[in-house]
Ligand binder design. Sequence first.
Ligand SMILES: [Zn+2]
Length: 260
Amino acid sequence: MNETAELRKRVAQACRVIGLLDLTPGTLGHVSARLPGTDRIFIRARGPAESGVRYTAEDDILEIGLDGKRVDGKSDGYSAPLEVHIHTEIYKSRPEVNAVTHIHPSIVVLLTICNKPLLPIYGAYDPQSLRLVLDGVPTYKRSILIEKPELGRELAGVMGNKNVCLMQGHGITTAANSVEEATLYAIHLNDIATMNYRAYSLGDITTIPQEEQDAFHKMKIDTGYGDPIVGVPSGRAANLWRYYTRLAEDKAGSGQRDRP
Ligand SMILES: [Zn+2]
């Protein structure tokens, strides 16, 4: 399989992992990846034969330009999602980004609705997701559809150089070096948001002490996130991705879900 076909396959697989982990409902959400060395991307498309994020097939992945239009010019009913501008405007402004996800995880969105900030409530329990909170997670304060380039630029401006961004009453956007890392950031953000949600529900939250927050923030660990292998995860990120793809396969194979 050549590199381009392989990338298309990885984008479809990332969509299925997101769906199987229930990180987004139904057909709402998309993953994209930059085709190396080009101004084109692969993105989960919307069209007549799609069956939702969980069942994304390679045929559901469309090649588009950074103008949001199909490269092949075909008219088979498939087109880029309405919110393609989330992806294209991030790619235009951040050359280091090779993959973007945009999804609607309910717990994370609930916290934005109730104005509950993500708190550093644990440490060694999961340092990777803690790091997101310690780095600061920006929030795009509007709940509208990002259906115009200027709105995509506005979101990209709020997100800055971060890997994750909350979208008030809407969802999240993640951006990273590879499809796998961008998806893992979405999983990590959902994980710490879920623990925050539970902690807020129980009450009497204790955040970890400032000195421990500082220690985790400074800690240098070989995570494989953002390593200089363009478009490919390595180290712990690659290992964790293997875990999630196997988990998704198990869930699909157990009869809980049908495999596309
Ligand atoms: Zn959306």
